[in-house]
Design a protein around this ligand. Structure first.
Ligand code: UD1
Length: 421
């Protein structure tokens, strides 16, 4: 087991490089299933979630080469076997369910264990299934499995009740090999959807409207070899922006797309954080006194739910009352319990959290309960008085590349330590 030990109070400076987006590369890895030719993904973030989905692909007999030295993954799914996938791996990570769409598209049938993943609400898959059945799949759910069968997938008009990121991706991938045109209405507009479309288009898919609420996919018969470099991780960039604000520091963040960060920049600016935007980088200055604010999480281009926990840590350190409303997921305030151990004054009422700013966090022993909750604890630890010990950091490793190394380079006092429970 590993834990992080943070001695708080250090001012940070210098530069940090952002890795490629976890939430882009997971569907992109799944999309390689559609293509029997070589697929190369450059600048791959070497993350636990990436390794899990690569293992899922290997369990289906894909040839997967992970080149950690050059951050490159090469996949060839020519000899893919339309068997069931490895249950244990699929249950480990919700995003594994993204192989359903492409497996169905390529083989016309697939059976997969119901997904697991971060402990944030019930996270159903009804919208994925609704979309796939609109394309002609017969779906059976039972005994912990989902099975889909279709002699032929036929393009269709699908209107999502909610702009689910995963459902939009699964439908896009299945529709890429369907006969005729599929139109997804009320589609998710996240930058990661656009990146998936870029990948699919680079291998020969016919897609338009990605990044808007209506995506059109004209099915094709086959695909060609592809090399793709995914977008930068806007959530990692946002986490480092909050790092500057919470430690009252100024530093530069390289590898950002300002457009993707707009909702985060808007809220930090409203609080009084100074943000200088350059071509591929931003300089964040959190040295001024900050104001409390209210935040409501929304699908893109609203404020991302994946930044909610980190924002809660920051608002705990800002004098006055702030309110966070979580509209995307139920039960996504798990970090509050741990932040309270560190002295936070937070009251949860259903989907809202009322936060009264405190003078400072106090270093404590805490546990990461999910990926972003873990990031929120690191942020609190960086500014806390004394030493913070964070356990269960495997959650954090699912989505942040070498987070302690990146923070150390900025001047933080943070160590990863192995221990036995
Ligand atoms: C993706 C992201 C995750 C992010 C989330 C919202 C990946 C790998 N993960 O997750 O980091 O927090 O988008 O931005 O990209 N829902 C249903 N039925 C469905 C599908 C979803 O009711 O069939 C609900 C969910 O329970 C949730 C909401 O819709 O309340 C949003 O979920 P969705 O957009 O699907 O998130 P994910 O794709 O799971």
């Amino acid at each position: 087991m590993e834990k992080l030990i943070i001695k708080g109070g250090k001012k940070l400076e210098g530069e940090v490089n952002i890795s490629a987006a976890k939430n882009s590369v997971l569907p992109i890895l799944a999309a390689t299933i559609l293509n029997g030719n070589n697929c190369t993904i450059e600048n791959m973030p070497m993350l636990e979630d990436v390794f899990v989905i690569c293992e899922v692909l290997k369990s289906l007999k894909a040839n997967v080469i992970i080149d950690k030295l050059n951050n490159r993954v090469k996949i060839n799914t020519a000899n893919l076997f339309d068997n069931e996938s490895n249950d244990e791996l699929v249950r480990k990570m919700r995003a594994s369910f993204l192989i359903m769409g492409p497996m169905l598209g390529r083989f016309g049938n697939f059976k997969i264990s119901l997904p697991g993943g971060c402990n944030i609400g019930t996270r159903p898959i009804d919208l994925h299934l609704k979309g796939l059945s609109a394309l002609g799949a017969e779906i059976t759910v039972g005994h912990g499995y989902v099975e889909a069968n279709a002699k032929k997938l036929i393009g269709s008009n699908i209107y999502l009740d909610y702009p689910s990121v995963g459902a939009t991706e699964n439908i896009m991938m299945a529709a890429a090999l369907a006969e005729g045109e599929t139109v997804i209405g009320n589609a998710a507009e996240e930058p990661e959807i656009v990146d998936l479309a870029m990948f699919l288009k680079a291998m020969g898919a016919q897609i338009s409207g990605e990044g808007t609420d209506t995506i059109r996919i004209l099915g094709v018969k086959d695909f060609k070899e592809v090399v793709h470099k995914p977008i930068y991780d806007r959530i990692e960039a946002g986490t480092f922006m909050i790092t500057a604000a919470i430690t009252k520091s100024l530093f530069k963040i390289n590898g950002v797309n300002e457009v993707h960060l707009k909702p985060i920049i808007a809220k930090l600016t409203e609080m009084g954080v100074a943000v200088e935007i350059n071509k591929n980088s931003i300089i964040v200055d959190g040295r001024k006194k900050l104001n409390p604010i209210d935040i409501k999480t929304m699908p893109y281009p609203g404020f991302p739910t994946d930044m909610q926990a980190q924002m809660m840590s920051l608002l705990c350190t800002v004098k006055g009352t702030s309110i966070i409303t979580e509209t995307v997921f139920e039960n996504r305030f798990m970090q509050a319990v741990e932040l309270k151990r560190m002295g936070a004054n937070i009251k949860i009422d259903g989907r809202s959290a009322v936060i009264e700013g405190i003078d400072t966090f106090t270093g404590s022993e805490v546990k990461a309960t999910d990926l972003r909750a873990g990031a929120a604890l690191i942020l609190a630890g960086l500014t806390a008085e004394g030493t913070t010990v964070i356990e269960d950091i495997y959650h954090i490793d699912r989505g942040y590349v070498s987070i302690e190394e990146k923070l150390k380079r900025l001047g933080a006092d943070i160590e990863r330590v192995s221990y036995c429970k």
